[in-house]
Design a binder for this molecule. Structure first.
Ligand code: SF4
Ligand code: SF4
Length: 443
């Protein structure tokens, strides 16, 4: 029987219509807006000014602390402004605006697509390259990768888990990466194992990607200590805690971190970025993005330079279908609705989903019938029906006691609710208020 996590989870209908679309390169836009905060942690500090010339791969903003990441130029050209742009979250963020001129890369970046095996580097050397290259978690969480790889004193990493699950129903960027860059992903995993000093790694892949499982099982014969683990299809298996439970059977405690049970999780996209940084000297300035939707004629997977406006991706699939009612950055379960098509693609953008009008309308809310379906669906063992009540009444101390901060915002509760209650929306609001309350308490 296929492995999976034990608590909660749902089965949204699968809509992976872009799965057979090979990754193609999106044309470089005329100008890019590269936000200086594309990661969890402190925003970076711009090191360029208006009028500066930059090449592809130049550092344009430096990290300002340990939990922060460098930002590199994805294009060559002239910095025309450092100004505020509204990003996919709907908030204004400082960004470096660059007018594109040609496509001149830093000389040390190896541009051929040949697979090259990495040399023997020490753990410290690999970590330093990852940190300098601005690599963050590409599954969407955007946690700076060097932080996850720096095991705190008193803890011990025992296993690396590579997340190839891609449980969001529409996304296929990781799937394509495993199929087209399998060698590179495994070599990246090997580098991550060396950085952590572990001898065991697992690549977890849901069984709805049988071609990726077969392909990586063939390639992995050349890699000692790496195992491919097919998993049952169940959302949100891509969550770190759920993946750890599914793959190695260990339970991360409430409020704890994967390292508390000896695990470190990185996405397949991150493993690929690590390979490119270490072997090809290429910092993180582009990523694979799925552009898809039920009315999209030609759903695609693109390699996109960071800072490219979302409108360019929509143009590349032949324009927005007439019946589009909503555009989501990310997948339908965890993604956020976009209110601005000029929002730039960032390191965390995994997909752009165009939702037809008839599917984007919110169904009429009814009253809670206390069916407890949301409780059964919650992978974190929370009581969503109670959390929404507390959030509506601003009872944040009680929300803290009810472990709202454990909510991973997977949306399984909203998905399963027969009363169509926007559970996650209220829980998010409450979570933000509780986090603020805790910050104030510490002051
Ligand atoms: S699933 Fe919806 S209706 Fe059922 S208990 Fe939860 S909130 Fe109430
Ligand atoms: S309460 Fe949070 S973790 Fe639980 S199902 Fe809802 S969104 Fe997911």
């Amino acid at each position: 029987m296929l492995k999976t996590f034990s608590k909660g989870g749902v089965h949204p209908p699968e809509e992976k219509m872009s799965a057979s679309a090979a990754i193609s390169i999106l044309p470089i836009p005329n100008e890019v807006f590269i936000p200086i905060s594309q990661h969890i942690g402190a925003p970076s500090e711009p090191v360029v000014a208006k009028g500066d010339k930059v090449k592809v791969g130049d550092v344009i903003a430096k990290s300002t602390g340990f939990v922060s990441a460098n930002i590199h130029s994805s294009v060559s050209g002239t910095v025309v402004a450092i100004e505020s742009v509204v990003d996919a979250s709907g908030y204004p963020r400082q960004a470096v605006k660059i007018a594109v001129e040609g496509d001149e890369w830093r000389a040390e970046i190896e541009r051929s697509s040949n697979f090259i095996k990495a040399g023997n580097l020490s753990s410290k050397e690999i970590l330093d390259i990852i940190q300098a290259s601005g690599i963050v978690g590409l599954g969407g969480a955007t946690f700076p990768s060097h932080v996850k790889l720096s095991v705190p004193p008193g803890k011990k990493a025992e296993a690396l888990i590579i997340n190839g699950v891609e449980c969001e129903p529409y996304l296929t960027s990781d799937h394509r990466l495993m199929l087209e860059k399998g060698h590179e992903v495994l070599e990246g995993a090997r580098l991550l194992m060396n950085a952590l000093g572990v001898s065991k790694a697992y690549v977890g892949i849901e069984s709805n990607k049988p071609d990726a499982i077969t392909h990586l099982k063939t390639l992995v014969k050349n890699y000692e200590g790496i195992e491919i683990v097919p998993l049952k299809v169940k959302y949100p298996q891509g969550g770190e805690k759920q993946l750890i439970k599914a793959v190695i059977g260990r339970e991360v405690p409430s409020g704890g971190l994967p390292i508390d049970v000896g695990a470190v999780v990185h996405n397949v996209g991150t493993a690929f970025a690590v390979y490119e940084a270490v072997v090809k000297h290429k910092p993180l300035f582009e990523r694979v993005v799925t552009v898809t939707g039920k009315s999209v004629n030609n759903p695609r997977n693109f390699m996109v330079r960071v800072g490219t406006p979302v409108s360019n991706l929509i143009d590349a699939i032949g324009g927005m279908p007439e019946d589009t009612g909503k555009i989501i950055s990310g997948g339908p379960m965890m993604g956020k609705a976009l209110n601005n098509l000029n929002a730039p693609v960032t390191k965390g953008t995994s997909g752009i989903l165009l939702v037809p009008e008839k599917l984007s309308r919110r169904p009429q809310e009814a009253v809670c019938i206390r069916c407890s379906k949301c409780v059964s669906a919650c992978p974190m063992g929370l009581e969503p029906y109670l959390l929404i009540k507390l959030s509506k009444r601003s009872l944040y101390e009680r929300m803290e006691v009810e472990r709202v901060l454990d909510c991973m915002e997977c949306g399984s509760c909203s998905f399963t609710c027969p009363a169509n209650l926007p559970l996650l929306d209220y829980i998010r609001l409450g979570k933000g208020a509780v986090a603020k309350m805790i910050r104030n308490r510490k002051k």
